[in-house]
Design a protein around this ligand. Structure first.
Ligand SMILES: Nc1ncnc2c1ncn2[C@@H]1O[C@H](COP(=O)(O)OP(=O)(O)OP(=O)(O)O)[C@@H](O)[C@H]1O
Ligand SMILES: [Mg+2]
Length: 451
């Protein structure tokens, strides 16, 4: 915690006590402001940011209790520690009921004071962090943007979406499974002037190759066995709306030719028909394979690739934007509070650390599932490490470890799991880790991973 960002205001009409508290705190490198009465204190907090007030209970004029009430009304996040004399335990309890973090009784020991101060500031930071996340979330939701994330990349994606939503251009969304490709497609649709027209999603990978043409373009009665009546295709069902072609790389080559023609001519010919129908839907395609690689390997037509890829949105895997994890976690907690009728306030710092150092092969969908599970197990108001699936417990943090040792522990675990994944293939592992092969060999020796 950076002590400079958490100024403490000490309020006491007795000079000697105020000075001695200030000295103790300043020696511990806190930034301290002083006020000799409640009036002055309330002026200071309205003019300068203060994280914590330590105030005497009995003072002439505005006393500690009134100052506490004024503070909590105007700045509910400022933490408050009340200094009480002997025989005022009832008033101390009253102070806590009115929102004080704690009280200390005169005369007090230096260590006790520092301990309470540290705890109170910890609480302040946690509340501040939660409030900041909530505010960001509010802003995103207000813009009707539910591609949640505060990483630079997530912001770029949101900006790009608002710039292109109102154009008719085709969009290609790429990213690993569970990264939010469909979220983005729906977002583009809902931010376009087509928002109240249909959004039709079709998973090309889930339709058998011989049916896909008639699914997309429709067919006329008698076109093939089983075509007992005319059937409208998804292109025409999407009308003036948006057609989302998911898993586009699975479309067979012969159909790729036909699809290209549709996109170029803006008209479809149903199977078995001799008549063209106009197509006006906006096309958004998605792929979890590297489509450029598919083109290079001749599995995907280059001309179709360029047609679809007029605007390209690539979503990086979650592990490459771990900054998004706290905000996504808060988002899912809020959403599931509603769905599961719970009142979970957040996740502990330890949980956020664990989530941020996980690999996330299933990306945001996996995170969503982990949070849902945790919410079901969580009985209090915070998600704790014990609510996470067991894969998280082995990498639990040891806070007494030096930074160097815990980095080494993390590297050891991460590298060995990648090596497992590649069945010991070091060249492939180096590629996945974005390391040179020789650096990987050196790491393996350093970390004792030879066996
Ligand atoms: N940035 C995000 N903000 C909020 N929710 C998200 C975000 N990204 C993903 N999700 C959620 O994660 C889940 C998976 O997202 P989505 O279905 O869009 O992924 P996908 O990339 O289409 O995955 P697949 O390739 O497996 O089809 C959904 O429940 C979605 O709501
Ligand atoms: Mg999808």
């Amino acid at each position: 915690m950076n002590k400079n960002y958490n100024p403490i205001l000490v309020v006491d009409n007795e000079n000697s006590i105020r000075q001695s508290i200030t000295k103790v705190l300043e020696r511990a490198e806190y930034v301290v402001l002083q006020a000799e009465n409640g009036q002055k204190a309330s002026r200071i907090i309205s003019e300068t940011p203060v994280s914590l007030i330590i105030s005497d209970l009995s003072m002439p004029g505005i006393d500690g209790m009134s100052l506490l009430k004024i503070t909590k009304e105007q700045f509910p996040d400022i933490e408050f520690i009340m200094i009480t004399g002997h025989g005022t335990i009832e008033r101390a309890v009253e102070a806590i009921k009115s929102g004080a973090y704690d009280f200390i009784t005169k005369p007090f020991k230096r260590v006790n004071l520092l301990h309470v101060v540290e705890k109170a500031l910890e609480k302040y930071s946690l509340t501040a962090e939660n409030r900041y996340l909530r505010k960001q979330l509010q802003e995103i939701e207000n813009q009707k943007h539910n591609f949640v994330g505060n990483s630079k990349k997530a912001q770029e994606i949101r900006n790009l979406i608002s710039r292109i939503a109102r154009t008719p251009s085709n969009v290609l969304v790429s990213g690993e499974s569970g990264t939010g490709k469909e979220v983005i497609a729906r977002l583009i649709h809902s931010n376009s002037e087509r928002a109240n027209k249909p959004f039709v999603a079709v998973n090309c990978g889930a339709i058998s190759a011989n049916l896909i043409e008639s699914e997309l373009f429709g067919h006329v009665k008698g076109a093939f066995t089983g075509a007992i009546r005319d059937k409208e295709g998804l292109f025409s069902a999407a009308g003036d709306g948006t057609l989302f072609l998911d898993e586009i790389s699975t479309i067979p080559l012969n159909l790729q030719v036909k699809l290209l023609r549709v996109l170029e001519e803006h008209e479809v010919m149903p199977v078995g028909s001799t008549k063209n129908f106009p197509v006006n839907a906006r096309i958004i395609a998605a792929t979890n394979r590297d489509l450029q690689k598919e083109v290079a390997e001749k599995h995907f037509r280059e001309d179709l690739f360029f047609r679809l890829n007029v605007i390209e949105i690539n979503i990086p895997p979650l592990k490459h934007r771990a900054e998004d994890i706290p905000l996504l976690t808060t988002y899912f907690i809020n959403r599931m509070n509603r769905d599961l009728n719970k009142n979970v306030h957040g996740a502990s710092i330890e949980v956020l650390h664990l989530l941020q150092s996980h690999d996330w092969p299933g990306n945001v969908r996996e995170l969503e599932n982990v949070i849902e599970r945790a919410m079901i197990f969580c009985e209090g108001d915070m998600i704790e490490a014990s609510h996470l699936p067991s894969v998280f417990s082995s990498q639990s943090m040891d806070t007494s470890m030096s930074l160097k040792d815990s980095v080494a522990q993390f590297e050891r675990k991460h590298i060995s799991s990648v090596l497992n994944l590649t069945n010991g293939d070091k060249k492939e592992a180096a590629r996945l880790l974005d390391l040179g092969v020789s650096s990987l060999y050196r790491k393996i020796t350093e970390l004792g991973l030879e066996k």
